[in-house]
Design a protein around this ligand. Structure first.
Ligand code: MG
Length: 382
């Protein structure tokens, strides 16, 4: 089999790093054509030396540093702010892995789909704000979207070989984030560092904060709606602290299929790249006798109002998800930088969501305009 050419958007983030680990193990089957990052020039340089891609993109202000530090005869340096759409559309590219977070992934995502690529995506913001456009574009250009997020990968795997019309509902599991067992009255006493410690998954900062507010789970409900063509009401969030069951689907005869596994992102990443095949992975088997029990609970919407807000926004649709996401991105960044308190994340995001006049059936321009509007609207509070 000829090797597959891979582009990784966000190669220095946790998804990117794990994708490169998978590629390293199958270096005869995958070849890295392009990698991109925004700020982490040092790690990007190391990755360039280790994987010799033809292209590397970096944030505009870091281009000159990168050019100075590496031999530019062997590689073309691109601007991550403007060249990603071109890079993912290159004829030689087979698979685009989207590891970058935020709505900035939307335009390159659409570009990869227009070029008919397989898109392995861990980015959820693009699907949250423009799920209908992504679905439509993928269908039109016969492009594949294979989810990398553990829950969406689980649902994808549970639906394999099943008749779509037999599906009754989806259980989207949630480990509960860093604050599951912390009383709400203590939320604002916790440091940014404490919130950034996720009990089950090692991930980037933005998504770890979103996991603590459960906004991440709300985004995943909206994402699942678009990925699997579901109604919001057919997706039930279920808190499952062990994160062993990565999600489940129930069929109309009452049968339920679940996907279980170690909490290791290399598993869904590898599956998205090898699908429909399954290749060997260096992971231990689950030890059920040692696990002894798995726990489940309904989410506490009062303690985590961001989840209820995101579900409400997903039901409303139009440009509202774009506003929710953009406001959240801005406020979470401010929180990480120590500028706003934890509880402000919800109150500020809700405030901007309530102010927005929804545009139904938005096009790309409407979505990006709503994104921009929300970022400007929330700025005075940050
Ligand atoms: Mg997830």
């Amino acid at each position: 089999m000829a090797h597959k050419n891979i582009v990784i958007l966000g190669s220095t983030g946790s998804i990117g790093v794990n994708t490169l680990k998978v590629i390293e193990r199958f270096s005869d089957k995958f070849k890295v054509v392009g990698i991109t990052a925004n700020n982490n020039v040092r790690l990007l340089e190391k990755q360039i030396r280790d994987f010799s891609p033809q292209y590397a993109a970096v944030g505009t202000k870091n281009i000159s540093v990168l050019k100075r530090n590496i031999n530019t005869k062997k590689i073309k340096i691109l601007d991550a702010a403007s060249d990603l759409e071109w890079l993912v559309g290159l004829k030689s590219v087979d698979i685009v892995v989207i590891g970058m977070s935020g709505s900035a992934a939307l335009c390159p995502f659409l570009s990869a789909l227009r070029a008919g690529k397989r898109v392995a995506t861990a980015n959820k913001e693009a699907l949250v704000i423009a799920g209908h456009l992504i679905r439509h574009t993928a269908k039109k250009h016969k492009a594949e979207i294979i989810p990398v997020d553990s829950e969406q990968s689980a649902i994808f795997q549970c639906l394999e070989g099943q008749c779509r019309q037999d599906l009754k509902k989806v259980y989207l599991t949630a480990s509960g984030g860093a604050l599951l067992n912390v009383p709400k009255s203590r939320f604002n006493q916790l440091s940014v560092q404490q919130i950034l410690k996720h009990p089950r998954w090692k991930m980037g900062k933005k998504i770890t904060v979103d996991s603590a507010t459960l906004m991440n789970k709300g985004f995943e409900v909206i994402e699942a709606k678009w990925l699997f063509d579901l109604e919001m009401k057919d997706i039930q969030v279920l808190v499952h602290p062990e994160a062993i069951i990565h999600s489940m689907v129930e069929f109309r005869d009452g049968s339920i299929i679940a996907q279980l596994g170690m909490t290791d992102m290399r598993l869904p990443i590898q599956y998205a790249m090898t699908y429909p095949e399954r290749w060997k992975a260096p992971l231990k088997s689950l030890n059920f006798a040692k696990l002894k029990q798995l726990n489940f609970a309904n989410p506490d919407f009062k303690k985590f109002p961001a989840l209820a807000l995101a579900i409400h926004v997903g039901q409303k649709g139009g440009t509202l998800p774009s506003v929710l996401n953009a406001a959240n991105e801005e406020v979470v960044e401010s929180f990480i930088n120590g500028k706003v308190s934890f509880s402000k994340i919800y109150t500020l995001v809700e405030r901007i969501v309530l102010r927005h006049k929804i545009i139904d059936k938005p096009n790309l321009k409407d979505i990006l305009a709503a994104d921009q509007w929300a970022r400007e609207e929330v700025q005075p509070y940050l």
